[in-house]
Ligand binder design. Structure first.
Ligand code: CTP
Length: 397
């Protein structure tokens, strides 16, 4: 679980988006965190402490003078063993308070009283005009300058009926941001380009040739690279997966399209990771119209042409990024893996141990580089994505 053992203080301030905090609490708990909810008086007008208590499984605090805390100092007690404080939703007024160090209720006081090592994240939620107001923007700039992370806001339809910037991020997006905040920032400032998923090579408008790649490994690496602080572009063949939060995704179908998109964007990236299961061949005589059976025993005569090797093309660029390839072999992985790494001219190749990995949630990998090969312990693809990103960052120095 991504947040196993983490203690999160979740602060709610006044806003319609309080209903999303209920879902966030469930998400945090499911990810293994313990959640201590603290609410301002305004927040209790939007959602009851009873609901938040039921969802978090803990007493909810709303009052600085709550005598259930033995020493009567909840602002100290609630923050000393916290791993992070998250304010979601964070109102315009509460941003003002944070920017000025106000201490006139329990939540603002505990934010000021937190040890400086406890990260504070805020998810603004307000009307578009309130967000754009110069005073709010000054406060936002002050929060950033003080090392407080602003999660969002997003643009879109608002509860008041207006449209624009100021919507709170969705609970699952906030969860991704909170999980990411606990990961090492080994790729901060780096740009990463990836391919993932299968390709689809048309035979005619309704038929084609593809493979069993689900895209899970590539998407997990894209997510891990983003968590590690990189700006990530994912060029993806057809998959049923959701785009990892914060990742820029470009959809393609064929190997040729994937090649063209990758080559037009490769320059300026620090790292290229080719995870896609690219079709080696395309149908050279694909039909523009649906092929029809003309008689009993009739079969179409398909001709094949070789697709460009995307990884090899990127690895041959004069200003090439650090290139990482993948290999799925049905036999002799150690021999073929190293041979493939040399043939493609890349510093790192990742071999799938066993070629039955397609669609599974777990995987076992072996890394090939100039120093030889190294097996990574079997793990779920999310974990492996993070391990792999760590290995790449270490090699980049
Ligand atoms: N790859 C690519 N473009 C292709 C074929 C493969 O970018 N046209 C990349 C894959 O994304 C992977 C690596 O090259 O990172 C190896 O892919 P694989 O299919 O195992 O190797 P091939 O070069 O196709 O060799 P073979 O199929 O003969 O084993």
């Amino acid at each position: 679980m991504d947040l196993a053992g983490k203690r999160i203080v979740l602060g709610l301030t006044g806003g319609v988006a309080c209903y999303k905090a209920a879902e966030l609490t469930r998400g945090l708990s499911k990810a293994g965190a313990s959640v201590q909810v603290v609410m301002t008086r305004a927040a209790t007008h939007f959602i009851t402490p009873v609901t938040m208590q039921a969802l978090s499984g803990r007493t909810v605090y709303t009052d600085q003078w709550d005598d259930r805390i033995a020493n009567n100092m909840p602002h100290i007690d609630l923050t000393r063993d916290a791993d992070a404080i998250v304010i979601a939703p964070c109102s315009t007024d509460f941003m003002f308070k944070l920017a000025h160090g106000a201490c006139d209720d329990l939540l603002s006081t505990l934010c000021v009283a937190r040890p400086i090592t406890v990260p504070l994240m805020v998810a603004p939620a307000m009307n578009v005009e309130m967000w754009q107001n110069p005073a709010t923007q000054r406060n936002a700039a002050q929060l950033r300058a003080d090392g407080i992370a602003l999660l969002g806001p997003d643009a879109g339809e608002q509860a008041c009926g207006e449209t624009g910037m100021g919507r709170m991020l969705e609970p699952e997006q906030l969860l991704e941001e909170i999980i990411a905040s606990f990961q090492s920032k080994a790729l901060a400032g780096k740009r990463v380009l990836l391919t993932a998923g299968p390709t689809f090579e048309p035979i005619d408008p309704v038929r084609g040739i593809t493979n069993l790649s689900s895209g899970k490994m590539g998407y997990a690496i894209a997510r891990a690279a983003r968590e590690a602080g990189a700006e990530v572009t994912l060029v993806s063949g057809p998959t049923a997966l959701e785009t990892p939060y914060g990742v820029h995704r470009i959809n393609v179908q064929t190997a040729q399209q994937m090649h063209d998109v990758v080559l037009s964007r490769a320059a300026g990236n620090d790292i290229f990771i080719a995870v896609a299961a690219v079709a080696d061949w395309r149908v050279a005589n694909a039909s523009e119209q649906k092929l029809k059976k003309t008689g009993a025993g009739d079969v179409p005569q398909l001709e094949f042409a070789q697709n460009p090797d995307i990884l090899a093309a990127v690895a041959a660029l004069p200003d090439k990024p650090y290139c990482v390839g993948f290999a799925a072999e049905s036999e002799k992985l150690l021999e073929y893996g190293e041979e493939k790494r040399r043939r493609k001219g890349i510093p790192l190749l990742v071999g799938n141990i066993g070629h039955q990995t397609f669609g599974k949630d777990e995987n076992e990998l072996v890394l090939f580089d100039d120093a030889g090969h190294q097996r990574l312990p079997r793990a779920d693809k999310r974990t492996l994505g993070r391990v792999l990103v760590g290995e790449i960052a270490r090699r980049l120095g």
